[in-house]
Design a protein around this ligand. Structure first.
Ligand SMILES: Nc1ncnc2c1ncn2[C@@H]1O[C@H](COP(=O)(O)OP(=O)(O)OP(=O)(O)O)[C@@H](O)[C@H]1O
Length: 253
């Protein structure tokens, strides 16, 4: 059984073809990087896999289950979660609360439960706080748990996004440009975290622009251009390919 299988996906926005007949599969517990120039379709393929936009045609299967028509919520329940290029944090909430809202519900937020089963509700909330703290520790942000998200650095915000995606319990994580905009130290920190996630048997699909980072993290690379999957292979092969290099770095069509 294929882990994630994308078959013949097409997506247009009016006259713009964002994805043309895209087919690929990814293996479990590997890190697959999605690369390609601006407008290649990288975010669109993330959106289609996670249910943020419907494909016009084609099929997405996750662990043998056809999820093509499933809601975003059902896909998260199935084990697929994502981060966004523009982060989408709750800026006025604490880091802890940003993570807690991504944890499963267990009925603790139900007002009837709170009235009729207050001890149960308190116990669930305590467990959620503990779980969220563990995730913040994992990404190196436990010391900031009570700070407002608006008041942490950009690099820390990117780490918080990872804690939030982990809070969903998903096994397949789609990270949209986790290293972009990071200074050297924060970038190394993120690469270490990505390696740690792989060691925890997470499967990672990552949009990454920096070819040096791709070499450090990827088991496999998908190269997109103008909505088409142009090449798939090991990072060294893809990065050393002169034709792809010309497309990527601008001297080719
Ligand atoms: N919601 C939308 N409405 C209209 N066009 C869109 C929409 N989303 C994407 N597109 C178009 O589809 C194409 C692929 O866009 P996409 O964002 O997937 O590319 P990308 O590879 O992620 O680019 P970048 O590296 O710049 O983020 C582009 O031409 C883009 O303008």
């Amino acid at each position: 059984m294929t882990y994630l299988n994308v078959s013949n996906v097409n997506k247009s926005f009016g006259g713009i073809r964002a994805l043309t007949d895209c087919s690929f599969s990814i293996r479990p517990m590997e890190t697959t990087c999605v690369v390609g120039p601006n407008g290649a379709g990288k975010t669109s393929i993330f959106n289609v896999i996670t249910g943020f936009i419907p494909a016009d045609t084609g099929r997405i299967e996750f662990k043998g289950r056809d999820i093509t028509a499933e809601s975003r919520h059902d896909r998260v329940e199935a084990g697929i979660a994502r981060t966004f290029q523009n982060l989408r944090l709750f800026e006025t909430m604490t880091l802890l609360d940003n993570v807690i809202v991504c944890l499963g519900d267990n009925g603790a937020n139900d007002p009837l439960s709170a009235v009729f089963r207050p001890f149960h509700t308190q116990a669930v909330l305590r467990r959620k706080r503990e779980a969220a703290m563990m995730l913040l520790e994992q990404v190196g942000l436990a010391h900031k748990a009570g700070d407002q998200a608006a008041n942490i650095s950009y690099g820390q915000k990117k780490l918080l996004c990872i804690a939030r995606v982990l809070a969903t319990g998903a096994e397949l994580l789609l990270l949209d440009e986790p290293t972009s905009g990071l200074a050297a130290a924060a970038l190394d920190n993120m690469v270490e975290l990505i390696h740690a996630l792989k060691n925890q048997q997470k499967t990672l699909l990552i949009v990454e622009h920096n070819t040096k980072i791709v070499k450090r993290i990827a088991d496999e690379v998908l190269f997109f251009h103008r909505g088409t999957l142009l090449a798939k292979g090991k990072p060294d092969e893809i990065i050393a390919n002169e034709d792809l290099g010309k497309i990527y770095f601008g001297s080719g069509a």
